[in-house]
Design a protein around this ligand. Structure first.
Ligand code: ADP
Length: 530
């Protein structure tokens, strides 16, 4: 079967195009650290490094009942979160679709009064007691809102559009995205727009914090992570990719307009790392990446994101397949009828979940993947050879994304010096399963030392919580792509300054319900500063 040979060889060649050598991995990492520094010093063209005015992260002992709302796209979510103070919480949520006509309303008031109304409905359903407590207890009115202070909900407002933040609960809308278009909102403080409508309805609610979803992830993880160690970094690998981390205030040397409490000496910085290396100094770039960029709505922008996030990985695969179809000698999908309306032929038509399906199917005939290709690509009756080629290319695209993600995490850890002295090189405890693996692979020295540290740990000795660098992650890619974390870790071990010993000290955990709990925690931090 000469055809099969040609296809297999071509898939191999394409996969190799997506490889990042260990040398390049280190080079990209150094540049990442460099561009982080530039963003702290000035308004840079690559990573924005936006100060968030959040000056502390939680340690799990925080308590209280808070509200959080999230406006980020098609839905508006309202939730109340009860933080128990022991790293656990309860959450009550509601979700409503934003009516299309409000997304393009004439005035901001139309949208924000709708949002306030949803908050009222939520409170009437779940927290009616907060409305009438002051009447029932015959308390004198003690706040401008007419409620006793302890009955006023502090609200964290997650608003996932570009804002120029000028305080923990102040930020002006720069522009709408994602199908919203309400001209008179641009330039206005979105917290004030929401508060004004809340006040008209006389709700016991104060908008305490304006929240970026990545910062929410960091806060949520820091609250829920085991032990007292606070989290260094929150990272999202979903539709987009971004990270927020705890930076030393004295390293943020660019001008900041806004007031904040500087007693901790820290501030959370929203990196906007999706724009790392927009100037394309070091990022890998295949012909397929270039086609994707040219066909995108924002060529030259979000260049890191275009190689890493869920919105683009399926599209890279689609472009590779379309380009390969142009070489008949390779005979991909040979003799198959593919409709012109198939997802394979539609820009943005192929979801990244096909990468996970391809990775997960290790059967000899790839029957699951071939089945999935029917709907996700619109390719029926693909051969095993076709599916093998798709699997190999998808794998290469995903590994590159995971290695680049590892670089982002590694760069934050290196730039903040979290693995440096003070911190000795005591590894975090290994899982029993991984000790068994070490024994099986005859890595006896490793197994012995891990066993010793595990025993010591069980006895309450050794392995200091301080040695752990905690990272919170969220997003479908890291959650559902098989072994995404493992591939990130492999990259971390390869980085100079981290290595195997450093990588072992990095604890990565999923931050569940990040936007709700995170927003609540930021509202809590903000309320303390009132
Ligand atoms: P968001 O980032 O919008 O909050 P998600 O974290 O769910 O939401 O990410 C959605 C993105 O993840 C989409 O771009 C989708 O293509 C991608 N995705 C969804 N499921 C998977 C999967 N199983 N494997 C890889 N990517 C996935």
């Amino acid at each position: 079967r000469p055809h099969t040979m040609a296809l297999a060889a071509e898939a191999k060649r394409i996969a190799a195009d997506f490889e990042i050598s260990d040398t390049d991995l280190n080079k990209i990492n150094l540049e990442f650290v460099q561009q982080m520094k530039e963003g702290l010093a000035k308004n840079a063209t690559n990573m924005s490094q936006i100060p968030t005015f959040v000056t502390a992260v939680p340690n799990g002992t925080e308590k209280g009942l808070y509200l959080a709302v999230d406006l980020g796209g098609t839905n508006f979510r309202v939730c109340s979160i009860n933080l128990h103070g022991d790293t656990t919480f309860d959450i009550v949520q509601s979700k409503v679709a934003i009516p299309k006509e409000l997304m393009v309303a004439k005035t901001a008031k139309e949208l924000f009064s709708f949002l306030a109304k949803q908050i009222e409905l939520f409170l009437r359903e779940h927290h009616e007691d907060h409305f009438n407590a002051h009447i029932r207890r015959r308390q004198t009115i003690s706040t401008p809102e007419g409620f006793r202070d302890e009955h006023i909900f502090r609200l964290g407002f997650t608003f996932s559009f570009p804002v120029h933040q000028i305080g923990i609960n102040r930020g002006t809308l720069m522009r709408w995205t994602k199908g919203f278009d309400i001209a008179d909102a641009v330039g206005q403080d979105v917290c004030k727009l929401l508060q004004d409508e809340i006040d008209i309805l006389k709700l016991p609610v104060r908008v305490a914090a304006l929240v970026n979803d990545t910062v929410g992830t960091l806060m949520a993880r820091s609250y829920t992570s085991p032990g007292k160690t606070s989290t260094l970094l929150g990272a999202i690998f979903g539709t987009g990719t971004n990270g927020a981390y705890v930076e030393r205030l004295d390293k943020i040397t660019k001008p900041m307009d806004g007031e904040f409490d500087n007693s901790t000496g820290d501030m959370v910085v929203n990196t906007e790392w999706g724009s790392f290396d927009n100037s394309m100094k070091v990022l890998p770039s295949t012909i397929y990446d270039q086609i994707l960029d040219q066909e995108s709505v924002n060529p030259g922008i979000q260049m890191f994101e275009k190689r890493v996030s869920g919105m683009f990985l399926g599209e890279i695969l689609r472009i590779v397949l379309v380009q390969t179809l142009k070489t008949p000698a390779v005979s991909l999908f040979s003799g198959l009828e593919i409709a012109s309306t198939a997802p394979l032929h539609a820009t943005g038509g192929v979801d990244s979940s096909i990468l996970s399906e391809a990775e997960a199917d290790s059967s000899a005939d790839l029957s699951k993947l071939r089945e999935y290709m029917k709907t996700s690509l619109g390719v029926s009756a693909a051969t095993v050879e076709d599916a093998l080629a798709v699997k190999e290319i998808a794998h290469a695209i995903a590994i590159r994304a995971a290695r680049l993600s590892g670089i982002a995490i590694g760069a934050i850890i290196l730039e903040t010096g979290r693995l440096n002295p003070g911190a000795s090189a005591v590894p975090a405890p290994k899982s029993t399963a991984s000790i068994v693996e070490d024994v099986k692979s005859l890595n006896l020295a490793e197994a012995a030392s891990a066993t010793v540290s595990k025993l010591a740990n069980t006895a309450g000795l050794a392995v200091n919580e301080d040695e752990i660098v905690d990272v919170g992650v969220d997003g479908s890619l890291v959650e559902f792509y098989p072994k995404f974390e493992e591939y990130m870790r492999e990259a971390l071990r390869t980085l100079d300054g981290i290595g195997a010993a450093g990588e072992r000290r990095i604890r990565i955990g999923i931050a569940k319900d990040g936007s709700g709990v995170g927003a609540a925690l930021i509202a809590l931090v903000a309320a303390k500063m009132e």
